[in-house]
Design a protein around this ligand. Structure first.
Ligand SMILES: Nc1ncnc2c1ncn2[C@@H]1O[C@H](COP(=O)(O)OP(=O)(O)O)[C@@H](O)[C@H]1O
Ligand SMILES: [Mg+2]
Length: 399
């Protein structure tokens, strides 16, 4: 459609754009929506967060997705329907957020939609040497564009895979733009369902940035809570884990998983870290009468140790660094205390001093990727071993 293409061209030429970044991770708690004002492109990009919110997923919708992602087989019809359902739920949540903020679709230039990951299959998971890495996010961009009336850039991960990457983590570009620092190295740690880190050496160039998943974030603890404490969705502030005892042989058994010994950068998902992973460890250790809170305490420590282990390995020497933690795991005090204990050289940055609120960070990073796709200059960034210098996302027009 020529008028829509003209509009897209006009937006790409704008010095300052208003972009809605969306993020919905493996926790399936809801949709993070960040309304960003983004000026310029490349290393000169400036971003400010105008509004943000997380709108919870309806329970039946959560169940639908959970049923699909935890099944080893699923019907093609269910998957086809879910692709549309996710897009429609997301579009309706966007319309609600805009209404709550007193904004209209005309105030937004584009939406940057991550989609909902239903399967993440790097070669290390599928083990088929003749096949490449693969990952699948559902929530079709055309449906979002049509229901909101806003141009939507979706499906960012596919280009990364097409260039030989694993499709994740895609945060290194935005983390570099917002958080790079002349004096001290920085670690950006996001604890969602899966945890990932970005390492920014002091005064770094983009090619020096390292980004990797570390393994489970909240996903194992959440799965255990939903199975054993049916009235709860997660371990509020880590209070239950704090009442349990660590079971060393169980911790040791879980740590044998090959993901933890694979060199980084590496990525993973809830395909590897789910209830079966927890229960098969318990069975192998013959701990039939183990208390649920002891399992939870041990899962909490497993999560902290695997996160801090990757962080320690990114450091070239015993150096002081600043630690910026985001994602829902930030609120699990037991987990955070364990991580800090493992990292004596790390100084946690108080989120009050962050350039953007930690709860909005991931969604903002996708808005930045969309901005770069629309207006970036291909010469701006060097290739980075984890994030090649490419535009990402598919452009979906509302008409
Ligand atoms: N107050 C809290 N105490 C402990 N854990 C929390 C708290 N708030 C959120 N979480 C955890 O954070 C998860 C959501 O984190 P989020 O960053 O949204 O992950 P994702 O990106 O996978 O959606 C929840 O499922 C829960 O495990
Ligand atoms: Mg979430």
């Amino acid at each position: 459609m020529k008028s829509a293409i003209d509009k897209l061209h006009e937006i790409s030429q704008k010095k300052t754009k208003t972009i809605l970044g969306l993020m919905s991770g493996t926790s399936l708690d809801g949709l993070d929506i960040a309304c960003c004002k983004i000026e310029g492109s490349g290393k000169d990009t400036k971003v400010s967060l105008l509004k943000y919110c997380t709108l919870p997923y309806p329970a039946s919708f959560q169940d639908n997705i959970r049923r699909m992602v935890s099944a080893s087989h699923t019907s093609l019809m269910d998957m086809t329907l879910l692709n549309v359902q996710i897009a429609q739920v997301h579009a309706n949540l966007i319309n609600t957020a805009l209404k709550n903020w007193g904004m209209r679709k005309e105030n937004i230039d584009v939406i940057a939609s991550h989609g909902q990951t239903v399967f993440h299959a790097p070669v290390t998971l599928h083990q088929q040497k003749e096949m490449s890495n693969a990952t699948l996010q559902l929530g079709d961009g055309d449906h979002i564009a049509t229901t909101t009336g806003i141009i939507t850039i979706s499906d960012f991960r596919q280009k990364h895979v097409a260039h030989g990457g694993e499709g994740a983590p895609l945060v290194s570009y935005g983390d570099f733009l917002i958080f790079r620092n002349a004096e001290l190295p920085r670690i950006l740690l996001n604890i969602g369902g899966i945890a990932n880190i970005t390492y920014l050496p002091a005064n770094c160039e983009f090619k020096e940035v390292i980004a990797s998943d570390t393994g489970p974030g909240n996903c194992l603890m959440d799965a255990w809570i939903r199975k054993n404490y049916t009235e709860k969705q997660f371990d509020y502030n880590g209070e239950l884990a704090a009442t349990g005892k660590i079971v060393p042989e169980l911790l040791h058994e879980w740590l044998q998983h090959h993901f933890f010994t694979t060199a980084f950068p590496k990525t993973t998902g809830t395909e590897s870290f789910h209830l079966d992973f927890i229960e098969s460890g318990i069975t192998k250790c013959k701990l039939n009468n183990i208390l649920p809170e002891d399992v939870l305490a041990t899962l909490n420590l497993l999560t902290a140790l695997t996160i801090s282990d990757v962080i320690k390995k990114t450091m070239t020497q015993e150096e002081e660094f600043e630690l910026f933690i985001s994602g829902g795991g930030l609120y699990n005090k037991t987990l955070i205390n364990q991580i800090i204990k493992q990292l004596p050289n790390g100084k946690i940055s108080d989120s009050a001093h962050w350039p953007i609120h930690p709860d909005a960070k991931e969604a903002v990073l996708f808005a930045l990727l969309a901005n770069e796709t629309l207006s970036g200059n291909e010469k701006t960034f060097d290739d980075n071993n984890q994030q090649p210098n490419i535009s990402m996302g598919k452009i979906c027009l509302p008409i």
